[in-house]
Write a protein of this length. Structure first.
Length: 275
Protein backbone atom coordinates (compact mmCIF):
# COMPACT_ATOMS: atom_id res chain seq x y z
CA UNK A 1 0.00 0.00 0.00
CA UNK A 2 1.31 3.39 -0.99
CA UNK A 3 2.01 5.64 2.04
CA UNK A 4 -0.04 8.83 2.21
CA UNK A 5 1.93 12.04 1.88
CA UNK A 6 0.61 15.40 2.98
CA UNK A 7 1.44 18.75 1.44
CA UNK A 8 2.58 21.43 3.87
CA UNK A 9 -0.78 23.21 3.62
CA UNK A 10 -2.64 19.98 4.36
CA UNK A 11 -0.57 19.11 7.43
CA UNK A 12 -0.93 22.72 8.56
CA UNK A 13 -4.73 22.35 8.41
CA UNK A 14 -4.80 18.95 10.11
CA UNK A 15 -2.58 20.00 13.01
CA UNK A 16 -3.98 23.56 13.30
CA UNK A 17 -0.56 25.19 12.99
CA UNK A 18 0.63 27.80 10.52
CA UNK A 19 2.85 27.05 7.55
CA UNK A 20 5.28 29.56 9.03
CA UNK A 21 5.52 27.41 12.18
CA UNK A 22 6.20 24.29 10.12
CA UNK A 23 8.98 26.06 8.22
CA UNK A 24 10.46 27.20 11.55
CA UNK A 25 10.44 23.62 12.86
CA UNK A 26 12.22 22.58 9.69
CA UNK A 27 14.85 25.33 10.11
CA UNK A 28 15.72 24.21 13.66
CA UNK A 29 15.83 20.52 12.65
CA UNK A 30 12.85 19.63 14.82
CA UNK A 31 10.48 18.43 12.08
CA UNK A 32 11.71 17.94 8.54
CA UNK A 33 9.49 17.00 5.61
CA UNK A 34 9.98 13.49 4.21
CA UNK A 35 10.28 14.76 0.67
CA UNK A 36 11.18 18.12 -0.86
CA UNK A 37 10.51 18.20 -4.61
CA UNK A 38 13.72 19.49 -6.18
CA UNK A 39 11.84 21.10 -9.06
CA UNK A 40 8.85 22.69 -7.35
CA UNK A 41 10.14 23.00 -3.78
CA UNK A 42 6.90 21.39 -2.54
CA UNK A 43 7.21 19.72 0.84
CA UNK A 44 5.52 16.43 1.68
CA UNK A 45 5.02 14.93 5.13
CA UNK A 46 4.22 11.34 6.08
CA UNK A 47 1.61 10.12 8.58
CA UNK A 48 4.49 9.43 10.98
CA UNK A 49 5.59 13.05 10.68
CA UNK A 50 2.03 14.19 11.39
CA UNK A 51 2.06 12.06 14.55
CA UNK A 52 5.40 13.55 15.55
CA UNK A 53 4.03 17.06 14.99
CA UNK A 54 1.02 16.34 17.22
CA UNK A 55 3.40 15.01 19.89
CA UNK A 56 5.51 18.19 19.65
CA UNK A 57 2.42 20.37 20.08
CA UNK A 58 1.30 18.37 23.12
CA UNK A 59 4.73 18.72 24.75
CA UNK A 60 4.62 22.47 24.04
CA UNK A 61 1.26 22.67 25.83
CA UNK A 62 2.92 20.97 28.83
CA UNK A 63 5.51 23.72 28.99
CA UNK A 64 8.48 22.11 27.24
CA UNK A 65 10.56 24.41 25.07
CA UNK A 66 11.38 23.61 21.47
CA UNK A 67 15.01 22.96 22.37
CA UNK A 68 13.94 20.56 25.14
CA UNK A 69 11.62 18.77 22.71
CA UNK A 70 14.37 18.52 20.11
CA UNK A 71 16.66 16.90 22.69
CA UNK A 72 13.96 14.34 23.43
CA UNK A 73 13.79 13.40 19.78
CA UNK A 74 17.56 13.41 19.49
CA UNK A 75 17.46 10.75 22.18
CA UNK A 76 14.91 8.86 20.03
CA UNK A 77 12.08 9.06 22.54
CA UNK A 78 8.66 10.64 22.06
CA UNK A 79 8.02 11.42 25.71
CA UNK A 80 9.97 13.02 28.55
CA UNK A 81 11.37 10.89 31.38
CA UNK A 82 10.36 11.02 35.04
CA UNK A 83 13.15 13.46 35.94
CA UNK A 84 12.15 15.84 33.15
CA UNK A 85 8.49 15.73 34.17
CA UNK A 86 9.32 16.31 37.84
CA UNK A 87 11.54 19.24 36.87
CA UNK A 88 8.70 20.71 34.80
CA UNK A 89 6.27 20.28 37.70
CA UNK A 90 8.74 22.09 39.98
CA UNK A 91 9.01 24.86 37.40
CA UNK A 92 5.20 25.14 37.29
CA UNK A 93 5.04 25.41 41.07
CA UNK A 94 7.63 28.18 41.04
CA UNK A 95 5.63 30.01 38.36
CA UNK A 96 2.43 29.58 40.36
CA UNK A 97 4.10 31.10 43.42
CA UNK A 98 5.51 33.92 41.30
CA UNK A 99 2.05 34.63 39.83
CA UNK A 100 0.55 34.48 43.32
CA UNK A 101 3.01 37.11 44.54
CA UNK A 102 2.40 39.21 41.44
CA UNK A 103 -1.35 39.00 42.04
CA UNK A 104 -0.90 40.18 45.64
CA UNK A 105 1.20 43.13 44.48
CA UNK A 106 -1.38 44.00 41.79
CA UNK A 107 -4.23 43.82 44.30
CA UNK A 108 -2.31 46.12 46.63
CA UNK A 109 -1.63 48.57 43.79
CA UNK A 110 -5.28 48.44 42.68
CA UNK A 111 -6.49 49.13 46.21
CA UNK A 112 -4.09 52.06 46.54
CA UNK A 113 -5.14 53.55 43.20
CA UNK A 114 -8.85 53.11 43.96
CA UNK A 115 -8.36 54.81 47.32
CA UNK A 116 -6.49 57.67 45.67
CA UNK A 117 -9.10 57.92 42.92
CA UNK A 118 -11.88 57.93 45.53
CA UNK A 119 -10.15 60.68 47.49
CA UNK A 120 -9.79 62.73 44.30
CA UNK A 121 -13.42 62.10 43.35
CA UNK A 122 -14.97 62.69 46.77
CA UNK A 123 -14.04 65.74 48.83
CA UNK A 124 -15.45 68.27 51.32
CA UNK A 125 -16.28 71.89 50.54
CA UNK A 126 -18.16 74.91 51.92
CA UNK A 127 -20.88 76.45 49.76
CA UNK A 128 -21.16 80.25 50.11
CA UNK A 129 -24.33 82.30 50.35
CA UNK A 130 -25.50 83.20 46.84
CA UNK A 131 -28.35 84.80 44.90
CA UNK A 132 -29.90 82.55 42.25
CA UNK A 133 -32.41 82.70 39.45
CA UNK A 134 -34.51 79.54 39.71
CA UNK A 135 -36.93 77.64 37.54
CA UNK A 136 -39.11 74.67 38.42
CA UNK A 137 -40.09 72.13 35.77
CA UNK A 138 -41.04 68.50 35.28
CA UNK A 139 -38.78 66.18 33.26
CA UNK A 140 -39.22 62.69 31.87
CA UNK A 141 -35.44 62.26 32.06
CA UNK A 142 -32.35 64.38 32.61
CA UNK A 143 -31.70 64.17 28.86
CA UNK A 144 -34.43 66.81 28.49
CA UNK A 145 -32.67 69.26 30.81
CA UNK A 146 -30.27 70.71 28.24
CA UNK A 147 -33.04 71.56 25.77
CA UNK A 148 -35.16 73.10 28.55
CA UNK A 149 -32.31 75.36 29.66
CA UNK A 150 -31.41 76.44 26.13
CA UNK A 151 -34.95 76.96 24.87
CA UNK A 152 -36.75 78.21 27.99
CA UNK A 153 -34.62 79.27 30.97
CA UNK A 154 -31.72 80.87 29.10
CA UNK A 155 -33.83 83.19 26.92
CA UNK A 156 -35.95 84.22 29.93
CA UNK A 157 -32.88 85.05 32.05
CA UNK A 158 -31.51 87.08 29.15
CA UNK A 159 -34.85 88.93 28.84
CA UNK A 160 -34.76 89.74 32.56
CA UNK A 161 -31.21 91.10 32.21
CA UNK A 162 -29.59 88.53 34.53
CA UNK A 163 -25.83 88.90 34.99
CA UNK A 164 -23.98 85.75 36.07
CA UNK A 165 -20.60 85.94 37.82
CA UNK A 166 -17.61 84.11 36.36
CA UNK A 167 -16.91 81.20 36.15
CA UNK A 168 -20.60 80.56 36.75
CA UNK A 169 -22.44 78.23 39.09
CA UNK A 170 -25.62 76.31 38.32
CA UNK A 171 -27.28 73.22 39.74
CA UNK A 172 -30.50 71.26 40.02
CA UNK A 173 -32.26 69.74 43.01
CA UNK A 174 -35.05 67.19 42.88
CA UNK A 175 -38.28 68.28 44.56
CA UNK A 176 -40.21 65.00 44.77
CA UNK A 177 -40.71 63.31 48.14
CA UNK A 178 -40.20 59.91 46.53
CA UNK A 179 -38.15 58.38 43.71
CA UNK A 180 -39.63 58.61 40.22
CA UNK A 181 -38.10 57.29 37.02
CA UNK A 182 -39.91 59.90 34.93
CA UNK A 183 -42.21 62.89 35.33
CA UNK A 184 -40.13 64.10 38.26
CA UNK A 185 -40.00 67.74 39.34
CA UNK A 186 -36.68 69.57 39.57
CA UNK A 187 -35.56 73.08 40.43
CA UNK A 188 -32.81 74.63 38.33
CA UNK A 189 -30.78 77.40 40.00
CA UNK A 190 -28.13 79.63 38.45
CA UNK A 191 -26.07 82.13 40.41
CA UNK A 192 -26.67 85.78 39.50
CA UNK A 193 -25.06 88.98 40.77
CA UNK A 194 -28.25 90.58 42.09
CA UNK A 195 -31.92 90.01 42.74
CA UNK A 196 -34.22 90.59 39.78
CA UNK A 197 -37.94 90.86 39.14
CA UNK A 198 -39.74 87.52 39.22
CA UNK A 199 -41.55 86.25 36.13
CA UNK A 200 -43.79 83.26 35.47
CA UNK A 201 -40.69 81.26 34.43
CA UNK A 202 -37.84 82.54 36.63
CA UNK A 203 -37.90 83.43 40.34
CA UNK A 204 -35.11 85.05 42.35
CA UNK A 205 -34.02 84.08 45.87
CA UNK A 206 -31.08 84.05 48.24
CA UNK A 207 -29.59 80.71 49.35
CA UNK A 208 -27.92 80.49 52.73
CA UNK A 209 -24.36 79.32 53.04
CA UNK A 210 -23.69 75.61 53.58
CA UNK A 211 -20.84 75.19 56.11
CA UNK A 212 -19.99 71.63 55.02
CA UNK A 213 -20.91 69.69 51.91
CA UNK A 214 -19.54 66.39 50.72
CA UNK A 215 -18.92 66.53 46.98
CA UNK A 216 -18.35 63.95 44.27
CA UNK A 217 -17.11 64.49 40.73
CA UNK A 218 -19.07 62.54 38.12
CA UNK A 219 -17.88 62.29 34.52
CA UNK A 220 -20.41 61.11 31.96
CA UNK A 221 -23.99 61.55 30.76
CA UNK A 222 -26.73 62.56 33.15
CA UNK A 223 -28.21 59.05 33.02
CA UNK A 224 -25.53 57.85 35.46
CA UNK A 225 -26.30 60.50 38.09
CA UNK A 226 -28.78 58.37 40.02
CA UNK A 227 -26.21 55.62 40.59
CA UNK A 228 -23.68 58.30 41.57
CA UNK A 229 -26.10 59.69 44.17
CA UNK A 230 -26.45 56.20 45.68
CA UNK A 231 -22.67 55.80 45.79
CA UNK A 232 -22.25 59.14 47.56
CA UNK A 233 -25.07 58.47 50.03
CA UNK A 234 -23.39 55.16 50.92
CA UNK A 235 -20.13 57.02 51.55
CA UNK A 236 -21.93 59.57 53.75
CA UNK A 237 -23.34 56.72 55.86
CA UNK A 238 -19.92 55.07 56.14
CA UNK A 239 -18.36 58.32 57.37
CA UNK A 240 -21.07 58.80 59.98
CA UNK A 241 -22.62 62.02 58.61
CA UNK A 242 -26.24 63.03 58.18
CA UNK A 243 -27.70 64.78 55.15
CA UNK A 244 -28.65 68.33 56.15
CA UNK A 245 -30.18 69.74 52.98
CA UNK A 246 -31.23 69.07 49.41
CA UNK A 247 -28.46 67.49 47.29
CA UNK A 248 -27.34 69.65 44.37
CA UNK A 249 -26.15 68.51 40.94
CA UNK A 250 -23.69 71.23 39.92
CA UNK A 251 -23.15 71.29 36.13
CA UNK A 252 -19.57 72.25 35.30
CA UNK A 253 -19.13 70.86 31.78
CA UNK A 254 -22.00 69.70 29.59
CA UNK A 255 -23.53 69.78 26.14
CA UNK A 256 -22.91 73.55 25.92
CA UNK A 257 -19.10 73.08 25.80
CA UNK A 258 -18.45 69.33 25.30
CA UNK A 259 -19.87 67.27 22.43
CA UNK A 260 -18.62 64.02 24.00
CA UNK A 261 -20.94 63.16 26.89
CA UNK A 262 -18.18 61.09 28.50
CA UNK A 263 -16.43 64.41 29.24
CA UNK A 264 -19.41 66.06 30.91
CA UNK A 265 -18.55 66.94 34.50
CA UNK A 266 -21.21 67.16 37.19
CA UNK A 267 -20.38 67.70 40.86
CA UNK A 268 -22.90 66.32 43.33
CA UNK A 269 -22.95 68.48 46.46
CA UNK A 270 -24.70 67.22 49.60
CA UNK A 271 -24.98 69.40 52.73
CA UNK A 272 -24.00 67.32 55.77
CA UNK A 273 -23.65 67.56 59.54
CA UNK A 274 -22.20 65.35 62.25
CA UNK A 275 -25.04 63.87 64.36
Amino acid sequence: MKEIKYKIGEISTLARVTVRTLRHYEEIDLLKPDIIDMWTGYRYYSAANLQKLLSILKLKDLGFTLSEIRELYDEETHSPGIDAIEAKISECEQQIEAFHQRRLHLLSLLSSLKKKQRMEKIYFDALPEIIVASNRTTLNSYDELGRHLVNVVGPEMARLGCVCPEPGYCFTTELADEYKENNFEIEYCEQVKQMGKDSDIVKFKKLEAVPTAICMKVYGPYSILRDSYLELFEEIAKLGYQIAGAPRANYVDGIWNQEDSAKWLTIIQVPIVKP
